[in-house]
Design a protein around this ligand. Structure first.
Ligand code: ZN
Length: 368
């Protein structure tokens, strides 16, 4: 199992959803198998055996097909291309939901849950150097997880670039040809995992970047109840952006203040939901304010370089914005920045890394 990626690869995906899936599966067969093994290891470590995980996956197969037929066909293509079973691919595509519900069953304690930990930002054109709109984030997750950038070219829906974990159709951080983009952070709230079999987050993320307008991009995140919680910034090239804190049955809507918004892994608006993740990773309470301060110093001068430098900040290391594995933690509890992303929505362009940004250079991807 590889522990360090030196850069971030891209893969062009064209044709029907099934054909795109086959291309994805063939190109990243080893990485997909690696990711399945890694998730099964971490589920086992958290107290959920393989049999239970696959029973959950079986429930998600018809649910995903019913929610989004094209998504399901792309999953079938990945299974065909990689030589793995559809259930293996389903474990990955519903891993967010399986993780919450599996841990709920195993422990029924919020501090057993460890979803993606991240620090995200949105910057409106009023305070950028070039008048462009930017969003982005560091994505903090398990070392050894294999990622790449899907470069999707298609006729019926928007072209897009989106970072994904090998084997997952949905992606989670990206931009499409209409200048719509999104970021993702994990949140933990008290009702997570009570109703596991709801439309998976990764299916919703694909639908965000299928959109031509902001309202179409927001709808899939908030219109159906969810199994667990997350935080998504949806932004548009014209400068509009909304930060959605979404729990199983409620959503909060936050907007930039002084043209800047940052968010980490605790709920900022606790009127409609609890916030639990900070009990496990208290550093979340410092990361978002820290990023806001680092960027505020450059009001009017914010560009790729300023953003990339802020994402390499080591205040509180190892549990910093640029996160490094905490050697005092058991191996399967460790997190690190597995990717750093700066998205220029105005130019439909994404800079990304496959490891902590202090250790590698950004690669550039374009949705046009
Ligand atoms: Zn670093």
């Amino acid at each position: 199992m590889s522990q360090l990626q030196t850069d971030l690869r891209g893969l062009e995906l064209t044709g029907t959803p099934y054909e795109r899936g086959v291309t994805h599966g063939e190109a990243f067969a080893d990485e997909i198998a690696n990711n399945v093994d890694l998730y099964l290891d971490v589920f086992e470590y958290k107290g959920t055996d393989e049999k239970t995980v696959y029973e959950q996956a079986d429930e998600f197969v018809p649910l995903i097909e019913d929610e989004n037929e094209e998504y399901f066909q792309e999953m079938q293509g990945i299974a065909e291309g990689s030589g793995l079973d559809l259930e293996d691919i389903t474990v990955l595509n519903a891993r967010y939901e399986v993780m919450y519900s599996a841990f709920k069953q195993a422990a029924d304690e919020v501090d057993e849950e460890t979803p993606d930990a991240c620090t995200a930002f949105g910057v409106q054109p009023e305070i950028t150097a070039d008048g462009h709109t930017y969003i982005g984030q560091n994505w903090d997750w398990m070392p050894g997880l294999e990622t790449f950038v899907m470069e999707i070219k298609r006729d019926e829906k928007p072209d897009m670039v989106s970072m994904t974990e090998a084997g997952i159709v949905g992606g989670k951080i990206g931009v499409n040809e209409h200048g719509i983009g999104m970021t993702l952070n994990g949140l933990v709230t008290e009702k997570d995992g009570e109703h596991p079999f709801r439309k998976p987050y990764h299916v919703r993320f694909r639908e965000v970047l299928d959109a031509e307008r902001m309202d179409q991009a927001i709808a899939p995140l908030i219109t159906k109840d969810r199994a667990c919680s997350g935080n998504v910034i949806v932004g548009h090239a014209e400068g509009e952006m909304v930060n959605l804190e979404i729990a199983p049955e409620t959503s909060n809507y936050l907007y930039p203040e002084d043209h800047l918004i940052t968010h980490a892994n605790h709920v900022e608006d606790r009127t409609s939901m609890s916030s639990e993740f900070e009990k496990l990773i208290p550093d979340t309470l410092c990361r978002a304010p820290r990023l806001k301060r680092l960027l505020s110093r450059h009001r009017g001068e914010i560009d790729d370089e300023v953003l990339a430098e802020a994402l390499q900040d080591h205040f509180g290391r190892p549990n910093s914005i640029c996160r490094h594995p905490d050697e005092d933690e058991p191996e399967l509890d460790r997190l690190r920045t597995n990717g750093s992303y700066v998205i220029d929505l105005s130019e439909r362009r994404m800079l990304g890394t496959g490891s902590p940004p202090c250790e590698t250079n950004y690669e550039e991807f374009s949705a046009t």
